[in-house]
Design a protein around this ligand. Structure first.
Ligand code: GLN
Length: 477
């Protein structure tokens, strides 16, 4: 058994045939984590008791020859923004360092009900704010492909763990690219479901109208399988949609001949690394050879996506993070003598620099006198961005773009330049603003051997076509 390349089907087959027990599989992963995660930093908390208890339940079923659920014995990791009952859940923040979640996120509950074994909680940027994982209050994550480089963010731990052999699959969250960009930087697959497709119940909110929960995996089929498990209407999340969940894994292997693919010219402009452009174009040629019709399209409001995202996301964050006040959930400043001090000092000591920057930006954008100029305007432009996608999707089935303008950068390279960090989200934030689904998958390496990602975006609730195309691309590579 090679832990580094194990897929969901592979892991499940081992457990089902009783070649390897679920317990042994979990223990083998812990052994890898204990020997190598010190240099990567992907986990914040290991949940061994919980994992081994679940593994034993699965082994009992397997011994009796009972039918096994779809993720039986599959070792997974959970981004630490998702609540896990009875386990520490920090959101990468000092503020929640000691917070123990009182309930499970719906996505976590569904994974475990499907037989998955949750190994632990994965490192991330504080409250999922960042693109490099350097904003974790605890320690940065390093890219397993080159440990001098970042794994991307904010689901850096989720992507690094899959790339390093510390979990077969993980859950991440994506508000502006946080599943897709780290997947691209670490050479794995990241899936952004349609807004509403997967419940956000138990996801610590960053920007509620942009937040999505989704899988990070080694293969497209694995991402499809995980999505099947976690998708669906949840009465605990009023924004979760009552749209039938499809058998996404069945889209893998479906012929792509005749599909129309749009190539938006705005995603291939200035600032795109030429090696990435070349790799993405090569992949597009592959689709053409497979019988897809490739057409040039325009998403004309793309240039406004970054400013719109950083107004809407920070405005929502400033409201969502008001609940962290030193009274509930969080660590309270021991220096506080008055009520006002308690709020001020607790928030000052608890939040890191990037989170404070965003709360300030968001509060400003929502304040009287500026609301119309910034927040309302941003919402109006968001509508235009959404219409861009709706228009394009009347003529094509999906669009294909790069994931990020660069490959994984060095730790510290952008840490003191927030604007350049924000600009690197240029190709990913649009999908969140429009609420459409997307996937990021590896499409080659650059001259230094660093992974390059390609992105496919689809129509609302049409994850199947995205997966179908991604699977075809994966087979060609
Ligand atoms: N990098 C973006 C940000 O910093 C996206 C983060 C995310 O998707 N959670 O906001």
């Amino acid at each position: 058994m090679d832990i580094n390349t194990l897929t969901i089907d592979g892991a499940r087959a081992l457990v089902e045939s009783r070649e390897v027990s679920a317990r042994a599989l979990a223990e083998a992963h812990y052994a890898e984590i204990e020997s190598r995660d010190e240099t990567i930093g992907s986990y914040l908390t290991l949940t061994k008791e919980r994992a081994l208890a679940q593994a034993e339940r699965i082994d009992c079923l397997a011994e009796k020859g009972d039918p096994l659920p779809p993720l039986a014995g599959v070792p997974v990791g959970i981004k630490d923004v998702l609540m896990t009952r009875g386990e520490r859940t920090t959101a990468g923040s000092r503020f929640l360092e000691k917070f123990v979640a009182p309930y499970d996120a719906t996505s976590v509950e569904k994974l475990e009900a499907a037989g998955a074994v949750c190994l632990g909680k994965l490192n991330c940027d504080e409250f999922a704010m960042g693109s490099s994982n350097e904003n974790s209050a605890f320690y940065p994550v390093r890219n397993p492909r080159d440990t001098t480089r970042v794994p991307g963010g904010s689901s850096g731990g989720s992507a690094a763990a899959v790339a390093a052999g510390f979990a077969v699959a993980t859950l991440g969250s994506d508000t502006g690219g946080s599943i897709r960009q780290p997947a691209a930087f670490c050479g794995v697959v990241g899936l952004l479901p349609t807004y509403g497709r997967v419940s956000r119940y138990g996801l610590i909110a960053f920007a509620s109208s942009l937040d999505h929960v989704g899988p990070v995996t080694r293969t497209v089929k694995d991402a499809a399988t995980l999505l099947e498990v976690i998708a669906g209407r949840d009465p605990m999340d009023s924004t979760s949609a009552d749209v039938p969940v499809e058998k996404y894994s069945a889209a893998c292997g479906r012929d792509v001949k005749g599909l129309r693919i749009g190539i938006p010219k705005e995603y291939f402009g200035e600032g795109l690394d030429p090696e990435i452009r070349q790799a993405v174009e090569q992949c597009i040629d592959g689709l053409r050879n497979a019988g897809c019709e490739i057409v040039s399209v325009s998403l004309p409001h793309t240039e406004y996506a970054i400013p719109v995202y950083y107004i809407v996301a920070t405005a929502e964050a400033s409201a969502n993070l008001a609940r962290f006040d030193g009274v509930r959930y969080t660590t309270r400043s021991p220096k506080a003598k008055t009520l006002a001090d308690m709020y001020r000092l607790s928030r000052d000591e608890g939040f890191g620099a990037e989170v404070k920057r965003r709360i300030l930006l968001g509060t400003y954008a929502l304040s009287a006198g500026y609301y119309d100029a910034y927040y309302r305007k941003a919402q109006q432009v968001r509508t235009l961005l959404t219409r861009d996608f709706q228009n394009v999707f009347t003529t094509v089935d999906a669009v294909v773009t790069p994931v990020s303008p660069t490959v994984a950068f060095k730790l510290g390279e952008k840490a003191n330049d927030p604007v350049s960090m924000y600009l690197s989200d240029i190709y990913t934030v649009t999908a969140n603003l429009a609420g459409v689904p997307g996937i990021s998958l590896p499409c080659g390496n650059n001259h230094e051997g660093l992974p390059i990602g390609i992105q496919i975006l689809g129509k609302h609730f049409d994850e199947s076509t995205v997966i179908q195309l991604a699977h075809a691309m994966e087979q060609q590579l």
